[in-house]
Design a binder for this molecule. Structure first.
Ligand code: CMP
Length: 139
């Protein structure tokens, strides 16, 4: 089951800009099934925990500040080959390098404010899914 699931967050920049509906629609059109969904806001502590792997990076403080700056949409998505296919759908981390038509090419502002998150491995997809959702919230 875990191999077919990934975790996404629609980040504060895209939520503020009113892109929740368009992004969820593009995700559905690409064949992903939403199996968990919520509008929520990360606290300083929860953002630091979620991004703990980036703790030593120079952009860590900026990343936590941005990710706590407003509500996000968290979702678990299901599809064959979910992790890799979702990363293709969202495009490169830096929107300047994201392929045309990808979610980041369309909606991201910068490498920091890049509209959406996608898990980078099946293992992290399971960890990140369980970070945002209790078992009874995953369908
Ligand atoms: P994401 O891949 O969702 O998770 C890690 C985030 O760190 C990444 O998106 C970017 O938003 C952010 N990030 C990566 N590199 C940089 C950078 N050079 N400057 C600012 N933020 C960055």
């Amino acid at each position: 089951m875990a191999t077919n699931r990934t975790l996404t967050m629609i980040k504060p920049d895209a939520v503020k800009a009113g892109h929740i509906g368009a992004i969820l629609n593009q995700i559905n059109e690409a064949g992903f099934r939403i199996v968990a969904l919520k509008l929520t806001q990360l606290t300083q502590a929860s953002a630091e925990q979620f991004y703990a792997v980036h703790h030593e990076r120079p952009f860590f403080g900026e990343l936590v500040e941005f990710m706590t700056s407003g509500p996000i949409v968290a979702a678990i998505l299901e599809k064959d080959n979910a992790v890799a296919d979702f990363r293709t759908l969202i495009g490169a981390t830096n929107p300047a390098e994201a392929a045309e038509g990808t979610i980041r090419a369309k909606y991201a502002k910068s490498i920091g404010e890049n509209a959406v998150h996608g898990s980078d491995s099946d293992e992290n997809a399971a960890i990140e899914g369980n970070f945002h959702f209790a078992g009874c919230e995953q369908y």
